[in-house]
Design a protein around this ligand. Sequence first.
Ligand SMILES: Cc1ncc(COP(=O)(O)O)c(C=O)c1O
Length: 379
Amino acid sequence: MKSLSPTNIDYFDYNATHPPLRGLIEEAYSEYLEDFYNPSGATRFSLKNQGRIESVRKYFAELTNSPEKNIVFCSTGTEANYLLIRALRERFPETSAVIVSPFEHASMYSALSDHHFEMKVLSSDPSGTIDLEHLEELLKLEPLPIVCLHTGNETGVIQPTLAIKKLADRFQVDFLSDLMQGFGKTNLDFEHFSGFSFSSHKIGGGMGSALTGFKFPLEKYALFGGGNQENGHRAGTENLPAILSFRSASEFQIKHLIEKNKKLSQFRTMIETELETLGCKIIARDAPRVPNTSFILLPIEEIDFFLLGMEEKGIMISTGSSCKSRAREASASLIAMGYSKEESLRCIRISTGSFTTNEEVIRLTETIKELLTTFGNVG
Ligand SMILES: Cc1ncc(COP(=O)(O)O)c(C=O)c1O
């Protein structure tokens, strides 16, 4: 499968967005070009398109073991997180607070605050995993819903979702999880979550589709009205081609997961071993992590010049979460893990994926070595 990435870029920013899976997206758009009819219309042409969306819904409902009517397609991960929290608010109109991890994407904190949930933030340490004892203490004080993402977008750390689920069951509370960085990268057990969200562009399905899913029954919830699409949970004409390619990208990632992860684990070892010899520190090195992500503390001060140097050499990496990658803000995750602001501003994120090659990894490590030698005391 060819990607749409220009061949002169060595792309190491899969956590920001996965390069499009070209063939699958072309197929979805050619179906749309043939049959562009509004899925919400009354004609048989529209009904056929609604049927296509329903078959994707059925696919994701089976995959996640959730009722079909509880799978809602929307535009992007941010919206999916908002819908997740709107549903929680509708389910518990009187609940004043939630227990939340310190590693959420900014959209989750915004959604919680916009829905007037006070946030009881869990503590962590340099491992980058949440403190389960703290979670238990908070639940003993008050059994509140738990919000904890599956995989950290910066660190790639996988949170202990089975242990969280056991505590959630013991205290009879919901456990909602943003799966944006875990879906398509690791085997997920959907029995752990009472609600979840994930998105198509993070797995190569192209922009424009994400979903929210729930295990619990809930009739009325929506972020906006004005149409009864998505069983009344998301007004607005459905993005048919994006929903179609969401499904095929998911099938692609699941089919290739084992071989992809084998390859990416080898690349991660190559990258991290080389960078450690250059004085870099791998954040959350020994924690359970997805094999595609390395978050690295560089041993130099000249981080902006370093990043410019990487770009000049045609290598795309990131400094942290995608939405903030242009603003050089301290990473909240790192602060929660006990790193200083100064350290957090010296971190880079390298994330690989389906199309990453051995040659690219070699160019990456050689270029980093060259730049660290130029800007630091290495060599
Ligand atoms: C964990 C996580 N949640 C939510 C989002 C938001 O997704 P989007 O920017 O596509 O709306 C991201 C994007 O980086 C993410 O990594």
